[in-house]
Design a protein around this ligand. Structure first.
Ligand code: TYM
Length: 334
């Protein structure tokens, strides 16, 4: 009997600011739900955080990295069965990035929509903001990844990773596995509560109350944000006809409750938006309360958290160094 190998998964979250409902529904929750079917590496991608200079306070970045790792475990990632580590603890990522960047045409990076929008936010654009998708490609390719579970906003970066891997393989031989993005059917693009045409974002939430529900918000903060979410002056709670703000609330309710669209429409029909918001608040609190409780317990045992992360970094390094050596052999470096 042949034992079928599990597909390899890699994904990560930047520890720039507090994680929000979008990060939870677009990434963390799907990771937890499929963790038993795959062979997983989950990374806290701290080297990505300084790409927007001034966006993150260097004094808190290292602590944020631990906090995000703790949230992975609090959300349900099993520390025994998965590799979890902090990106900067495995220097193979930066070395691989250099080799990959030499094989990445500049025009490909200039086309990235996230680069175009983020470069508007800062006065001086660092080179790292442009080459950031190459670091992301290195993250993914170092682990012979088959699947990359991400929210919709990362789709273009995973496509680029595929293009880089194929180009590298054409130039230097069969070095990389070609990965594919796995985007959840629900929750892949959570919009903000205050501007429902804008995606919920960590950097915006940092300076704008009412934008996002953060995973570690108090019930009072969650209530304030959800009850003041932008809606409209109608009473339209059918998905197809709803305004952007109401659609976002209905979709969040659908993703968190697992109920069908029909039963949700029947439940909220003719009820007014106050009721929809109250019910959504209830289900958000119910979903996040156990995560917050486990988070507090994990952060309380810092020695254990550090032990798990050191162990994760060691295992990650073992895998990453094999691929990096293949890259070096193929390119003649070393
Ligand atoms: P980041 O840190 O911005 O986001 C982490 C994950 O959350 C998803 N996400 C969302 N999903 C739904 N609705 C939203 N409003 C929302 N906002 C964010 C993102 O799609 C992502 O899955 N470059 C990546 C991090 C990264 C990475 C990697 C991911 C670095 N290397 C390798 C996968 C594989 C980023 O900045 O994600």
């Amino acid at each position: 009997m042949t034992i079928k190998k599990k597909p390899k998964v890699f994904s990560g979250i930047q520890p720039s600011h507090a994680l929000h409902l979008g990060n939870y529904l677009g990434a963390l929750k799907p990771w937890v739900e499929s963790q038993n079917e795959t062979d997983n590496v989950f990374c806290v991608v701290d080297l990505h955080s300084p790409t927007l200079l001034g966006d993150i306070d260097p004094k808190i970045l290292a602590e944020n990295s631990r906090s995000v790792a703790a949230l992975y475990f609090a959300a349900g990632i099993d520390p025994e069965e998965n590799i979890v580590f902090i990106q900067s603890h495995v220097p193979e990522h930066t070395e691989a990035t250099w080799i990959l960047s030499c094989a990445t045409p500049l025009g490909w990076l200039n086309r990235m929509t996230q680069f175009k929008s983020k470069s508007q936010l800062v006065e001086s654009v660092g080179t790292g903001l442009l080459t950031y998708p190459v670091l992301m490609a290195a993250d993914i390719l170092l682990y012979d990844t088959n699947r990359v579970p991400v929210g919709d906003d990362q789709r273009q970066h995973v496509e680029l990773t595929r293009d880089i891997a194929m180009r590298f393989n054409n130039l230097f031989g069969d070095v990389f596995t070609i990965p594919e993005a796995v985007i959840p059917k629900l929750g892949a693009r959570v919009m903000s509560f205050d501007e429902p045409e804008t995606k919920m974002s960590k950097s915006i939430a940092r300076s704008k109350a009412g934008h996002a529900v953060n995973l570690l918000d108090s019930e009072k903060q969650m209530k304030k944000t959800i009850m003041s979410a932008v809606t409209d002056s109608e009473r339209e709670t059918r998905f197809e006809h709803a305004s952007k703000g109401v659609y976002n609330l209905l979709s969040l309710y659908q993703t968190l409750s697992g109920e069908s669209k029909e039963s949700i429409e029947a439940k909220f029909d003719g009820q007014g938006y106050g009721f929809l918001k109250k019910e959504l608040l209830g289900i958000v609190i119910e979903s996040l309360a156990p995560v917050q409780k486990r988070y507090a317990e994990i952060m309380d045992d810092r020695a254990e958290l550090e032990r798990i992360l050191a162990n994760g970094a060691q295992k990650a390094k073992e895998r990453a160094s094999v691929t990096l050596q293949r890259m070096k052999n193929a390119t003649g470096v070393g």
